[in-house]
Design a protein around this ligand. Structure first.
Ligand code: HEC
Length: 121
């Protein structure tokens, strides 16, 4: 049997942990994408560019989630709050509904992760 120096073993364990965190976060974003395609696209658009089918009837236009600059200005906490408690929770329009009754905490977190992929920020 090959005996690994102790530090190498530690690095290997560290790498394994890192890989599992990375694949976990990819899964979370994937789940977020599913949720987005169920609950968000009507307003925010199939391409997440704010051009959903509902917009002709809306007085406030939904956020373009691919807008890196605008989305970068928001913290994860703010995005979470906007999804959970609605637009009003972050001083935005009530036309952005609250999802706290419909979606679990984990699902909202998955959505935040997916939004970060969409905006590349
Ligand atoms: C009924 C239409 C509608 C639906 C459905 C909807 N949104 Fe929105 N959303 C809006 C509107 C309108 C705004 C912009 C509010 C404003 O600018 O005052 C908004 C804004 C947001 C914001 C704030 C962005 C920012 O920085 O200003 C986030 C985050 C968001 N939506 C996420 C979601 C997610 C995630 C879903 C699906 C779970 C969703 N929205 C579903 C209409 C909608």
């Amino acid at each position: 049997m090959m005996v690994l120096p102790k530090s190498l073993g530690t690095i290997a364990i560290g790498l394994a942990a890192l890989l599992s965190v990375l694949s976990f976060s990819a899964q979370a974003a994937e789940r977020g994408e599913d949720l987005y395609k169920n609950y968000c696209w009507q307003c925010h658009g199939m391409n997440a560019d704010g051009m959903g089918v509902n917009i002709p009837d809306m007085s406030v236009q939904p956020r373009d989630h691919t807008d890196t600059k605008k989305m970068k200005a928001r913290t994860d906490e703010e995005l979470y709050k906007a999804i959970k408690d609605g637009g009003q929770a972050i001083d935005k329009s009530i036309l952005m509904p609250a999802w706290g009754e419909v979606l679990s905490e984990e699902d909202i977190q998955n959505l935040v992760r997916y939004l970060r992929e969409l905006c590349r920020c």
